[in-house]
Design a protein around this ligand. Structure first.
Ligand SMILES: *[C@@H]1O[C@H](CO)[C@@H](O)[C@H](O)[C@H]1NC(C)=O
Ligand SMILES: *[C@@H]1O[C@H](CO)[C@@H](O)[C@H](O)[C@H]1NC(C)=O
Ligand SMILES: *[C@@H]1O[C@H](CO)[C@@H](O)[C@H](O)[C@H]1NC(C)=O
Ligand SMILES: *[C@@H]1O[C@H](CO)[C@@H](O)[C@H](O)[C@H]1NC(C)=O
Ligand SMILES: [Zn+2]
Ligand SMILES: [Zn+2]
Length: 296
């Protein structure tokens, strides 16, 4: 089955250059943060050393096209990427790398690309739902799914993971008619959950601590990957700078089932996650989304 993080990402797999660029800029959170703050105020028409990292960020999340040499020039494409991004996250649409935009970019997030599949003429009205689907609306054609655990990096034991993941599945089961059953280890299953570090053979290398926390593939792929380099919390008392494993599980399972990112910050399918918080409940938008995909 073709790997499918999102429709647009598929095509990247065929461009070696963007992938190599992505691997080479494995940077720590503070380095990325420093260069972003250094670039504050950048706008069209000038070159700014390090701006290629900003382009890379927007490329990774679906705002800047791939197959282009990512230079340090502030070009039209970057300005338009910034405007779309600012609109998507309800920031002031300036087309510049302003401080609010930088603050938003520095919040850790899911690695799956944002999707923009709303009818354009309706976007201005708040009537339009915030949930999205992957392009082509891929879905499962069964409601009984199995899952298992398989990691290339040892971070959290399967014994510890088991109840956390089971609770995350239960939240979706309760509103969707899906059932999720654990398959024995080392057997075939619809969904495979695991921890991986940096380059891990799926074309979407993780980036070390910070920024991307996890990613999952659209139906009917079933791969759910956690970034092994994050400070994961398995308790109900997530402390500052820790990432709640269960919160991220609920989000990534949404992708496994076919939901894209939501523009509603209250939705579990919102792309960004504030470290130190627990956000495990589905929002109304998530429930509306899964029902529209499978029952609508
Ligand atoms: C990308 O652009 C830079 C700066 O203009 C240049 O030095 C480099 O050779 C280019 N790389 C490719 C692969 O075109
Ligand atoms: C993870 O977070 C805990 C609690 O805040 C902290 O004690 C620990 O040092 C952190 N570990 C890493 C690797 O950052
Ligand atoms: C966290 O809370 C859930 C439900 O509120 C409970 O089932 C679970 O056992 C708790 N986990 C821990 C590690 O205390
Ligand atoms: C979309 O999300 C925004 C922000 O939370 C909210 O104000 C709006 O009512 C939501 N729209 C729908 C249709 O739920
Ligand atoms: Zn996501
Ligand atoms: Zn992966």
């Amino acid at each position: 089955m073709a790997p499918k993080l999102s429709h647009h990402l598929i095509s990247y797999a065929f461009f070696l250059l963007p992938l190599l660029v992505q691997v080479s800029v494995v940077k720590s959170e503070s380095q990325f943060s420093k260069s972003l703050h250094f670039l504050q105020g950048a706008q069209i028409g000038h070159a700014f050393k390090g701006l290629n990292q900003v382009k890379q960020y927007f490329n990774a999340f679906g705002y800047y096209p791939s197959g282009i040499n990512l230079t340090d020039d502030f070009d039209d494409l970057l300005e338009s990427a910034l405007k779309i991004y600012q609109k998507q996250y309800r920031l002031e649409v300036t087309g510049k790398l302003d401080s609010d935009t930088i603050e938003n970019m520095l919040i850790p997030r899911c690695g799956v690309q944002d999707v923009f599949n709303k009818p354009n003429d309706l976007v201005e009205f708040d009537m339009v739902a915030n949930y999205t689907f992957f392009n082509g609306m891929p879905r499962w054609n069964t409601r009984q799914l199995t899952y298992t655990f398989r990691s290339s990096a040892q971070v959290i034991s399967v014994q510890q993971l088991r109840p956390i993941i089971a609770r995350a599945f239960q939240r979706w089961a309760a509103v969707s008619g899906f059932t999720f059953q654990e398959a024995p280890l080392f057997t075939q299953a619809d969904i495979v959950i695991g921890f991986h570090r940096l380059f891990h053979w799926d074309g979407y290398p993780f980036d070390g601590p910070g920024n991307v926390l996890a990613h999952a593939f659209a139906p009917q792929d079933g791969r759910l990957h956690y970034d092994a380099d994050e400070n994961w919390s398995t308790t109900n008392l997530t402390t500052i700078n820790q990432i709640d494993l269960e919160s991220v599980a609920v989000h990534e399972i949404g992708h496994i089932l076919g939901l894209g990112h939501s523009q509603d910050p209250r939705a579990i399918m919102f792309a960004y996650y504030m470290p130190g918080t627990i956000k495990r409940n589905l929002g109304q938008d998530d429930i509306d989304g899964i029902r529209a995909l499978y029952l609508g």
